[in-house]
Design a protein. Structure first.
Length: 153
């Protein structure tokens, strides 16, 4: 696998996971409970972690902070854009009453339609991708610590 394309694979996997999770909670009838979106964070977190880890395994000693950071960002941004496109199609065409139900239970005085929900999804996805990538890179970044030498007294 080409290390420069790891983000494509994991971005698609994350997006498929997010869409599958939404459809499962839709089948159960819990898709209108906005607090279940916390699981979305876990799906994205695992996907970003796996993407950065895979890139590090593929590159070995050539891995650096920049490569890991861009892999995490690109995977998260790609997953966000795919998921937002799916949700836009869902909200505008498949279930036009869904945005109103969410807005009535969440932000009662701000009925701006599905556009505000799409904007919120984009901001959430991008910001969580940045924060999670920064957090995971603390584990994966190459260490600059020097070897301890024995000092003679």
């Amino acid at each position: 696998m080409n290390p420069n394309r790891v983000f494509l694979r994991y971005g698609l996997i994350i997006a498929i996971g997010l869409i599958a999770y939404f459809l499962i909670i839709k089948l159960v009838g819990l898709h209108e409970h906005i607090w279940l979106r916390v699981v979305n964070g876990a799906i994205v977190a695992y996907g970003l972690y796996a993407a950065i880890r895979t890139r590090k395994l593929l590159e070995g000693d050539k891995f650096n902070y920049y490569k890991g950071f861009t892999t995490g960002l690109y995977a998260g941004f790609l997953a966000t854009l795919i998921f937002v496109a799916f949700m836009a199609i869902y909200m505008y065409h498949l279930d036009p009453d869904f945005p109103n139900t969410i807005m009535d239970s969440w932000i009662k005085d701000y009925n701006q339609g599905p556009g505000i929900l799409i904007f919120i999804l984009v901001i959430e996805g991008f910001s969580s991708s940045v924060v999670l990538t920064l957090a995971f890179m603390q584990k994966f970044k190459p260490s600059w610590n020097t070897k301890k030498s024995v000092q003679k007294a």
